[in-house]
Design a protein around this ligand. Structure first.
Ligand code: FES
Length: 288
């Protein structure tokens, strides 16, 4: 029975992912979101680059919690709880704005089926927020029953949309740190001849199947993991700038070679750093 429900849910979501008719809207919205998030300060704020992981999942608790609590008061609190319920609906509406912005920023970096499912997720949440706003307005005008009904339907829509968000995160791995399961290498490993690491070139070496980016810049050797924490892009195919930052070729995240920190999102998780040592003309690395 439970398995049947899971199969039906995943089949429905996969159908959304195949709906190419959504692509034109997705393309247009993506262009708008990318234009808005072009300044690094906005991209980093919305990506959670300052937080160390994605911001959107943190923020979603606020509107969902407020709307759920409002409905709980509606159903169990009676008329004396009506003012508190209305305030919770208002809080949820206010919290929806930054939550949607962070989600839109993450969504703009997706593609294909993930982008289509994400679009429906966002549109469903937008529709739910419009309904909650209508609920708040009619509650203010004294039509509590209508407001409760609107909030109930909106919350149902939000829950359906949350299933899409959960699918993207936990089934498709959108937003998961791609270096999370890389092994730690405690002892020094010989990876290259010192003379092979040319100034300014991005080199990919492997240590126990972990790809490592090895760079000599201004004569100094530094290393970070070569798989981009954002979505797995190959940093060794990116670009190096004079500041000592590597730009990922897939979505433009920038990482500081010195410590792996995120200079620009969409990445929110720093790259693992590797210690580098030159001994007897050989380059050795180990997890920092
Ligand atoms: S994979 Fe997205 S920025 Fe690197």
């Amino acid at each position: 029975m439970v398995e049947d429900a899971q199969v039906m849910l995943n089949t429905a979501i996969e159908r959304i992912g195949q709906a190419r008719g959504l692509d034109a809207v997705a393309k247009s919205l993506t262009a708008k979101v990318k234009a808005f998030t072009r300044p690094t300060v906005i991209k980093n704020a919305l990506s959670g680059s300052w937080l160390g992981h994605q911001l959107h999942p943190v923020l979603t608790d606020l509107p969902i919690g407020a709307f759920s609590a409002a409905t709980a008061l509606d159903l169990t609190g009676g008329t004396e709880a009506s003012a508190a319920a209305r305030r919770l609906v208002g809080l949820g509406i206010l919290a929806s704005a930054p939550t949607a912005m962070a989600g839109a920023s993450d969504w703009s970096e997706t593609s294909g089926a993930d982008k289509r499912v994400g679009l429906v997720h966002g549109l469903a949440n937008a529709a739910a927020t419009v309904m909650q706003t209508a609920s708040w307005i009619v509650r203010r005008r004294g039509h509590r029953g209508v407001g409760i009904a609107l909030s109930l339907v909106a919350l149902g829509l939000t829950m359906g949309s949350a299933a899409l968000g959960g699918y993207l995160s936990y089934v498709k791995g959108i937003g998961v740190n791609r270096t999370a399961f890389q092994r730690t290498v405690r002892d020094w490993r010989d990876v290259a001849a010192d003379t092979d690491i040319v100034e300014g070139r991005l080199n990919r070496v492997e240590v126990d199947d972990v790809p490592v980016l090895l760079v000599r810049q201004n004569g100094r050797l530094r290393a970070i993991s070569a798989v981009c924490s954002h979505a797995g892009g190959p940093l060794d195919e990116g670009t190096l700038d004079a500041r000592g930052c590597v730009t990922c070729p897939w979505h433009g995240s920038q990482f500081v070679l010195d410590d792996g920190s995120v200079e620009r999102g969409p990445a929110s998780v720093p790259q693992p750093r590797w210690d580098v040592l030159v001994d007897g003309g050989r380059v050795l690395v180990r997890s920092a």
